[in-house]
Design a protein around this ligand. Structure first.
Ligand code: RTP
Length: 150
């Protein structure tokens, strides 16, 4: 069985709006398992490094300030195709384009307050997990796997 992992962050608006539990519930209900979880007031250097690929975008300074504005919940989920499926559960970047049934489609309105981040590729996930969880991930064997995978 694959042990693909993805980095998921409940952004400051999601934490302030008490949506952390709902977001964890959606990933767990799908069949994914937590491998890392922390509430964190982010330092500027981490936010800038996390979004380094967007440095040239006009919204980058505002995006970094938004991530610094209140604590975030940083998580790692594992499971088969969790990167691609995680992005599907999350929905399109702009909530106007996010389908109902997705996290953004159901829970937010503005692109600059879109409640959650999820890695966009396996390579991004590895980079982001290294940045946010330098201490490593928790290893354990979930007991329900035979009821999730054939
Ligand atoms: P994320 O990295 O947060 O999961 O989002 P994403 O891949 O769906 O979108 P990306 O293009 O990487 O943008 C990162 C975050 O920047 C904010 N954004 N604002 N004002 C704007 O036009 C704009 N565009 C993007 C969003 O918070 C987006 O999630």
């Amino acid at each position: 069985m694959t042990t693909e992992v993805t980095f998921i962050m409940v952004k400051p608006d999601g934490v302030q709006r008490n949506l952390t539990g709902e977001i964890i519930r959606r990933f767990e209900a799908k069949g994914y398992y937590l491998r890392g979880l922390k509430l964190k007031q982010v330092e500027r250097s981490l936010a800038e490094e996390h979004y380094i690929d967007l440095k040239s975008k006009p919204f980058y300074p505002g995006l970094v300030d938004y991530i610094l504005s209140a604590p975030v919940v940083a998580m790692v989920f594992s499971g088969k195709n969790v990167v691609t499926m995680g992005r599907k559960l999350i929905g399109a970047t702009n909530p106007l384009a996010s389908e109902p049934g997705t996290i953004r489609g159901d829970l937010c309105i503005d692109v600059g307050r879109n409640v959650i981040h999820g890695s966009d590729s396996v390579e991004s996930a590895q980079r982001e997990i290294g940045l946010w969880f330098p201490e490593g991930l928790v290893e354990y064997k979930p007991h329900m796997l035979p009821w999730i995978y054939e």
